[in-house]
Design a protein around this ligand. Structure first.
Ligand SMILES: Cc1cc2nc3c(=O)[nH]c(=O)nc-3n(C[C@H](O)[C@H](O)[C@H](O)COP(=O)(O)O)c2cc1C
Length: 211
């Protein structure tokens, strides 16, 4: 009996320590109170859709910024079952990834025909796509649309973009971008990075449309 108690206590301690390390290594500070993007500086990419999954809010914030800068439409992906809180989160995500099972999503966009550009944003989970974005891609056919993936991560996006290209069916992938902890910390640097990226994308669009 005593042995079992010690075993459980050690297991709990080990999970707590791993969870804490994972959290401090991977978590990104939230951004707040960003300035309203001036109307005159809005970047014209035609009709944009910004689809994203976000567990902790970082990807959501960047997705919101892209939608604001391009006057686009936001679409948040949600899972039917929610993920447990840290530290069990890491174990749960890791097991899901190992099993190859994909989570069920509540809803995905049904039609892309009215959009010129579709942004797809996701956090990096264990050096690759988050499972909800993988689930989204497995159910989507982009019908030749320009798709712009973006990731948010602590510091290492691993094979996120290679995987994305493999799994995004009938998409013309353009100008992907990653946002790491250091950029996300500084609000004006983040804004500058998003604006520079979107401007470059706008300048490349005619070429991309001819692919
Ligand atoms: C389960 C899990 C695994 C993660 N794996 C990585 C990783 O491999 N590389 C990395 O740089 N960040 C990793 N992170 C950190 C997240 O990618 C990062 O904090 C992201 O911005 C979170 O986005 P969100 O707040 O929109 O959910 C991981 C976070 C979680 C929860």
């Amino acid at each position: 009996m005593m042995k079992r108690k010690v075993l459980f206590a050690s297991l709990f301690l080990a999970i707590a320590v791993i969870g804490w390390f994972a959290w401090s290594a991977f978590s990104v500070p939230r951004q707040r109170d960003m300035r309203v993007f001036p109307e005159a500086e809005r970047i014209d990419l035609g009709n944009t859709l910004v689809v994203f999954y976000s567990l902790g809010g970082t990807t959501k914030e960047i997705a919101g910024r892209i939608a604001e800068m391009t006057c686009g439409t936001l679409f948040e992906l949600e899972t039917e079952k929610s993920y447990p809180a840290s530290p069990m989160l890491y174990l749960s995500v890791w097991r899901e990834q190992k099993s190859g099972k994909l989570p069920e999503l509540k809803k995905i966009p049904s039609d892309y025909s009215s959009f010129d550009v579709v942004f797809v944003g996701s956090p990096v989970w264990f050096y690759t796509l988050s499972a909800p974005i993988r689930a989204f891609l497995s159910q989507s056919d982009f019908q030749g649309k320009i798709v712009v993936p973006f990731s948010t991560q602590g510091g290492n996006f691993g094979d996120f973009f290679t995987c994305f290209e493999k799994e995004a069916r009938s998409a013309k992938i353009a100008n992907s971008m990653d946002f790491s902890r250091s950029t996300a910390r500084d609000i004006s640097a983040l804004d500058e990075k998003i604006a520079a990226w979107l401007n470059e994308l706008r300048d490349n669009l005619p070429r991309k449309l001819e692919i």
